[in-house]
Design a binder for this molecule. Structure first.
Ligand SMILES: [Zn+2]
Length: 161
């Protein structure tokens, strides 16, 4: 269950960031060709999240070859709750393990390694750092991290309710 990977249709694109925060490998499809999106999802074994009823009628979905979840609401938090509930997702799967921008696994960095890469006040107050190997964005346990954690706790309520 923990190995779940996702393909997010752009009509529910806000889910991408949350799933990555939780540590799930999540691809956002920005193209026009639904068939292409479906093909990638099947090939890479991703669960498809969409608001498109036509996709749900496709044979590849009705036959169960591709697992797809039809997202019912327009409200991003409720959408996230629906995904958590239907798949029994672990909100604390691997928090902050994946770059929110690139969907790449983050690499741990020591304080010395990031010395010249982060603002001085961050360097003075933070101990733990992660770096994205692709965009080289540095993540740390600052206010951003705290805000994210608060939101994950909010979603935690979905999984127990
Ligand atoms: Zn990145």
């Amino acid at each position: 269950m923990n190995d779940l990977k996702f393909m997010v249709d752009q009509n529910v694109g806000k889910l991408t960031k949350w799933l990555r925060v939780m540590g799930y490998d999540t691809r956002l499809f920005n193209g026009k060709d639904d068939s292409h999106m479906v093909a990638i999802a099947v090939k890479e074994g991703r669960v498809l999240l969409t608001k498109d009823t036509q996709i749900m009628k496709r044979r590849v979905v009705t036959s169960g070859r591709l697992k797809a979840i039809f997202i019912e609401t327009d409200e991003p938090e409720q959408q996230m709750c629906q995904v958590i509930e239907s798949l029994n997702l672990d909100c604390w799967f691997r928090p902050f393990a994946i770059c929110l921008e690139c969907n790449q696994p983050l690499v741990e960095r020591s304080r010395q390694e990031v010395k010249d890469l982060v603002p001085p006040y961050v360097f003075q107050t933070q101990e733990q750092y992660m770096e994205c190997p692709v965009c080289h964005r540095i993540y740390w346990r600052g206010t951003h991290w705290q805000a994210m954690t608060k939101n994950l706790k909010k979603f935690l309520k979905c999984s127990t309710g």
